[in-house]
Design a protein around this ligand. Structure first.
Ligand SMILES: *[C@@H]1O[C@H](CO)[C@@H](O)[C@H](O)[C@H]1NC(C)=O
Ligand SMILES: *[C@@H]1O[C@H](CO)[C@@H](O)[C@H](O)[C@H]1NC(C)=O
Ligand SMILES: *[C@@H]1O[C@H](CO)[C@@H](O)[C@H](O)[C@H]1NC(C)=O
Ligand SMILES: *[C@@H]1O[C@H](CO)[C@@H](O)[C@H](O)[C@H]1NC(C)=O
Ligand SMILES: *[C@@H]1O[C@H](CO)[C@@H](O)[C@H](O)[C@H]1NC(C)=O
Ligand SMILES: *[C@@H]1O[C@H](CO)[C@@H](O)[C@H](O)[C@H]1NC(C)=O
Ligand SMILES: *[C@@H]1O[C@H](CO)[C@@H](O)[C@H](O)[C@H]1NC(C)=O
Ligand SMILES: *[C@@H]1O[C@H](CO)[C@@H](O)[C@H](O)[C@H]1NC(C)=O
Length: 904
């Protein structure tokens, strides 16, 4: 939304000001001034501003609505004025009088009409004058005053003659541009006004419809060296007569680009025989035929362009006579058009070109590379056949055998030719070849090594972009040990886990590209012996496993011999670990790229040897913390850092150092600050790392201590609170017992077991009386003696006294626990309380609980202030549901009754 506004606003403003220019160029509101140059273009001005610094030397007032150039006299120092694209109708009469230093004047695209000497009076210092795209009408000899002019452009002025004057004038003119005017005849005297222009060289006559070139028209400008007739309409006859007229001139460059030359005959260029023409451009002419012998007249030609034509046939004599040609451009010169057959190149088509060094045939289509097409090119250095369709599928030892005669051939460009196989010794005739380009083909084979045999001086092989269908063996590169650059990006399939490595023979290799191959398997010997390797590109592979600590056998240190590396690219490999020593000894590493991996925690010393690092790419990883221990060395002398889009943890520990580094570094950090966002902690989430406040980390030590102290205190408080809440009763209980025991031992109270009258005091609810009689009283027949509340009390005693007295007289107190008991108010309020009191006071482990029903600990505690946990396990008994277990219950009860009361 914001973006939309930004884009629309200027457009809107432009239209709002009532001048909706066709261009989408935003108007400025004021001139920009820099180094004595004022730029007032695109400002919708009606008049030249008067408030500019007086000493400006260059003024650009183009693309405005100026009708005149008054007020220019204010700027006396002006040397260069651009007043193009305005509405000027004339050139101010005293312009050069008020601007004595003026040298360059551009009034292109105005409406200047009448022009005479007066308008250019005093302009003798002017060197360049652009009057193109006006509607000039010359009165008298307007240009005769321009004594210093070197460049004059009067293109597209509807002039109906090339004759700009009758008297010799413009003594220093070098270049005259007359393109796009309305004359169609070059008359005999047209250029006589240049007869004294000894420096004249360049005539540009593009976009004319030339019907006639009169005899002798170039006579007065025989020094002409460059003639440009691009986009002209010229019939073959006119071309022929033009060339005849050029005879005897100093012509070196002739450009006939897109000038409707359909065919060239063996006489077209005959006139050029008497020139020293060296460059001829015949591009974009839809030519389909060039007769044999056409170029016989151009023995000094060095550069010929036939680019972008529709030639059907290159015969063996088509280039005869071009014995000096160095460069032939045939790009797109032969094409298979729809419905026609492939053009043909005959054997020996180039054999006349004995000096040819560069043959460019990119984007051509022809039937076949026959055995002798390229025969007879003893000086050939470059052959470019890229993107050509020639039907070549398999390169055999015959395909380029003819190039044996070209011992100087250095570069063979076979990019994108649809090749799918390299036969044995395919390039064996190219012993001096240094560069072999085979990218963007469909080569699908195992390289055994014999394919590259004979390339004894090869420096660079590019096989990238071959559909990942080349597989390597130990011997793939055995015959090219001189190789320095090997590019295999998006070319390989299969494994690189070979011993020895396919690259081992390449002792001088400096650049190796095996990127984009999904390689997952290789071994530590991959780069063995490659001590000169400078650039290693392995991005977009699958190397994550190899560097994992958990890899069986440990991490694979495949970089170990390549410590001379200057550039290492490991982007997009899924790496989540860098082994501690993986980058050990890489003192010369200049650029390290680990973009888009999964790196987070890095060993603190993993980058410690990267002292020369200038460029570090770590963007789009999972890095949370950037600390000095890890990044101090690599960031110490960096030129550019890319670490954006990581989930930074903006805490003092993780980011303080980095934020300080960012604030003080001279390195460029593209993407700062928006790309560097904090992910944690919450307070900084989605804020830039640059927002991190380093002050919050100052004086960390006292704060730290305080923090530790207070957090410990809080923790301990919490712990005690929980302890008291859940286990308070236990603490209280055992505390009491302990206190009592101490008191007991101090007092050394005589509490011998013999003083009791009863073995147990039984507390039960009235409803449980039958159970007590049935199940407990039988024990009295043995040796036990119980106190029962409803049987044994002495009449006359109050109930309270009875309880107190007799509990004291009993060795144990048995609670028969059922829900009914818990509801008995007496029991709850007094008996249990007293029993507990007794237990504590006497330091006795004297309670026995018999559960007839399942009662929760909570209810038990709530009603009787008792918990199972207070008692020893053997004093908590459960009445069994199974009859046969009753004897066992009794046995347990007996032992509980017999147990000592001592707490230990
Ligand atoms: C032009 O004049 C201004 C003061 O008017 C001065 O500051 C500036 O340096 C001058 N520039 C040049 C290139 O002389
Ligand atoms: C061509 O060059 C030769 C030597 O460089 C020179 O003598 C001769 O005059 C030149 N021809 C023309 C037409 O300029
Ligand atoms: C031009 O070609 C014709 C045949 O096509 C031949 O008769 C004539 O001699 C050639 N002229 C020159 C100058 O080579
Ligand atoms: C091409 O190889 C074949 C054998 O495979 C051999 O007979 C022939 O001479 C070779 N041709 C060249 C030009 O090397
Ligand atoms: C080879 O051809 C390709 C594609 O046309 C081009 O981009 C490259 O610059 C050429 N290389 C050389 C060394 O000519
Ligand atoms: C390589 O070029 C040199 C000249 O620079 C030449 O003497 C030699 O024969 C050439 N070697 C081959 C195999 O073409
Ligand atoms: C490697 O380079 C050195 C130095 O340029 C050179 O002497 C040596 O012959 C080269 N080795 C191979 C196998 O090309
Ligand atoms: C930092 O790099 C520059 C060149 O970029 C180099 O001149 C300088 O010595 C380096 N400083 C250190 C400490 O490595």
């Amino acid at each position: 939304m914001e973006l939309m506004k930004l884009i629309l606003l200027p457009l809107f403003c432009m239209c709002f000001h009532g001048h909706c220019a066709g261009t989408a160029y935003p108007h400025k509101s004021s001139c920009t001034i820099k180094n004595a140059k004022a730029d007032c273009s695109h400002m919708n001005l009606n008049a030249v501003p008067t408030d500019l610094p007086k000493n400006i030397t260059t003024l650009d007032v183009s693309h405005n609505r100026l009708k005149n150039l008054s007020s220019l006299h204010l700027y006396w120092n002006l040397v260069n004025i651009d007043a193009s694209y305005n509405s000027l109708t004339s050139i101010e009469e005293d312009l050069c009088v008020s601007l004595p230093h003026l040298q360059i004047l551009n009034v292109q695209h105005n409406e200047v009409h009448l022009i005479s000497e007066k308008n250019l009076k005093n302009c003798s210092r002017l060197t360049r004058l652009d009057l193109s795209d006006n509607r000039l009408k010359l009165k008298g000899e307007p240009f005769s005053v321009l004594k210093s002019l070197t460049w004059l452009d009067v293109s597209r002025n509807k002039l109906n003659s090339a004759k700009l004057g009758t008297q010799p004038q413009l003594p220093n003119l070098v270049t005259l541009v007359l393109s796009g005017n309305e004359f169609s005849v070059l008359q005999k005297n047209d250029f006589s006004f240049l007869s004294n222009s000894s420096a004249f060289r360049v005539l540009i006559l593009s976009s004319l419809s030339l019907k006639k070139v009169e005899n002798g028209c170039f006579q007065t400008i025989a020094r002409l060296s460059d003639l440009v007739l691009d986009y002209c309409k010229i019939s073959p006859q006119v071309t022929t007569s033009l060339c005849e007229e050029l005879a005897g001139t100093a012509l070196r460059n002739l450009s006939l680009k897109s000038s409707q030359q359909m065919t060239l005959s063996n006489t077209t260029f005959q006139g050029l025989d008497k020139t020293n023409i060296t460059v001829l451009d015949l591009s974009s002419n839809t030519m389909s035929k060039i007769a044999d012998g056409t170029f016989q007249w151009l023995p000094r030609l060095e550069i010929l362009s036939l680019e972008h034509n529709s030639l059907r046939h290159l015969t063996k004599d088509i280039f005869s006579g071009l014995g000096n040609l160095r460069q032939l451009n045939l790009q797109k010169a032969l094409t298979k058009s729809h419905g026609s057959s492939f053009p043909i190149i005959d054997d020996f088509a180039f054999h006349h070109l004995v000096k040819l060094e560069h043959l460019h045939m990119a984007n051509t289509g022809f039937r076949e590379i026959t055995e002798h097409i390229f025969s007879g090119l003893p000086n050939l250095k470059t052959l470019d056949l890229s993107w050509s369709s020639t039907g070549l599928k398999t390169v055999t030892n015959k395909t380029f055998a003819a190039l044996q005669e070209s011992p100087l051939l250095q570069t063979l460009n076979l990019t994108a030719m649809g090749i799918n196989k390299l036969g044995p010794r395919a390039f064996s005739s190219l012993g001096n070849l240094t560069t072999l380009l085979l990218s963007y083909n469909f080569i699908s084979q195992q390289l055994n090594g014999d394919e590259l045999e004979g390339l004894s001086n090869i420096k660079e092989i590019d096989m990238s972009m071959n559909q990942q269908s080349i597989s390597l063996t130990n011997t793939s590169f055995i015959s090219v040990p001189t190789l320095r650059i090997l590019k295999l990006g998006r070319a390989l399939k299969g494994t690189l886990d070979l011993t020895p490595s396919p690259f081992t023979p390449l002792v001088n290799l400096t650049i190796l590209d095996i990127s984009n191959n999904n390689i997952a398997n290789l071994n530590a010997g991959l780069l063995t012996g490659l001590h000169h390797l400078k650039v290693l590109k392995m991005q977009h592979n699958n190397l994550a496993r190899l560097w994992k600590t958990a890899n069986p056998g440990g991490p694979v240190m495949f970089l170990k011999d390549a410590t001379k590396l200057s550039v290492l690219d490991l982007d997009y490999n899924g790496l989540d670990e860098i082994p501690l020593n993986a980058l050990r000894g890489f003192f010369e590493l200049h650029e390290l790229s680990l973009r888009s991996n999964l790196l987070d925690q890095l060993h603190s010393s993993v980058f410690d040897d990267l002292r020369s690092l200038k460029y570090l790419h770590l963007q789009k990883n999972l890095i949370t913390s950037v600390q000095r221990v890890t990044f101090g060395v690599p960031l110490s002398n960096l030129t550019e850092l890319y670490m954006d889009h990581n989930p930074f943890d903006c805490t003092c520990e993780s980011i303080l150092w980095f934020s300080e580094w960012l604030n003080s570094t001279n390195a460029s950090v593209p993407g700062l600050p928006q790309g560097y966002m904090c992910n944690t902690p919450n307070a900084y989430f989605n804020h830039s790392v640059m927002d991190f406040d380093p002050l919050s980390c100052k004086d960390m030590t006292p704060f730290k201590a305080l923090y530790i102290l207070s957090s410990t205190a809080v923790l301990m408080l919490l712990f005690s609170a929980f302890l008291v809440h859940f286990q308070g009763w236990r603490i209280q209980f055992f505390w009491n017992i302990m206190v009592n025991r101490m008191m007991g031992s101090l007092e050394d109270k005589n509490n011998t077991e013999g003083r009791y009258a009863y073995d147990a005091y039984i507390i039960h609810s009235a409803e449980d009386r039958p159970w007590v009689e049935r199940s407990l009283l039988p024990l009295e027949d043995e040796k036990f003696n119980f106190f029962l509340e409803d049987r044994d009390p002495v009449p006359g005693f109050s109930q309270l006294d009875t309880i107190v007295e007799n509990m004291g007289q009993s060795r144990k107190i048995i609670f028969v626990i059922t829900e009914m008991l818990l509801k008995d108010p007496w029991c709850r309020r007094f008996k249990a309380h007293h029993a507990l009191h007794q237990v504590m006071e006497d330091n006795r482990d004297s309670l026995i609980l018999i559960f007839l029903q399942d009662v929760t600990d909570y209810n038990l505690n709530h009603s009787l202030h008792l918990r199972r946990g207070m008692l020893r396990p053997r004093c908590v008994l459960y009445w069994p549901l199974h009859r046969e277990r009753i004897p066992a219950f009794h046995q347990k009860l007996r032992s509980a009754l017999a147990s000592t009361n001592k707490v230990n």
